[in-house]
Design a protein around this ligand. Sequence first.
Ligand code: DG2
Length: 247
Amino acid sequence: MTYTLVLLRHGESVWNAKNLFTGWVDVDLSDKGRAEAVSAGEQLKEAGLLPDLVHTSLQRRAINTANLALDAADRHWIPVRRSWRLNERHYGALQGKDKKQTLEAYGEEQFMLWRRSFDVPPPPIDPDDEFSQAHDVRYAGLGDDAPRSECLKDVIARMLPWWESAIVPDLLEGNTVLVAAHGNSLRGIVKHLDGISDTDIAGLNIPTGMPLVYRLGKDLKPEVPGGEYLDPEAARAAAEAVANQGR
Ligand code: DG2
């Protein structure tokens, strides 16, 4: 038995286009991002990869990507499950800051520690900062779980309970599962699936709007390590561009 999982980072957001750290700020897709989402759905349909269920974060850019992609694949009617546990990494006090200016102000080493280290979170955001989610009703029930900043280790710790309790059961029932989420929450899933080390995960970047397909064996181990992009050439170039953001 092979289980099929499709990971999809949302299409380009308006803040991706402006090169701003986004995290939990609920920005929408850019026009390019909407087109990427539609194209992702067309690619899924073309490849005969028709999702039976979709999981998304609670963030507009992932939700709208899922809707556009599923509409393009004629799968707009499938059940949807959403969780804050699939949200983007909370980028703390960096939320709303320009990536290039941050790199120039703090230097390459600190910039990359904040962006790609496994266990160094950015400074926490002030609850009254204009880009804080402390007063956002959708997170009102989180209590002490509500982050003010996260590193990838924190993301994996809060994502795994959703993976185990919601996504894995859907896969084991034989459903083709689409997960529409974010650069760093998806890096967490990939790290978990492929057993990537805390050090090596720094080199993994996920492009916007490109379906990444995992065929998983009985023990949910990937048949092809790293999964397979439907358009590998385009994905390689776009992942490279993500790696170089800020430069
Ligand atoms: C980006 C990721 O998240 O940024 O929060 O700025 O996937 O929601 O656009 P996304 C953000 P990097 O970690 O790649 O800098």
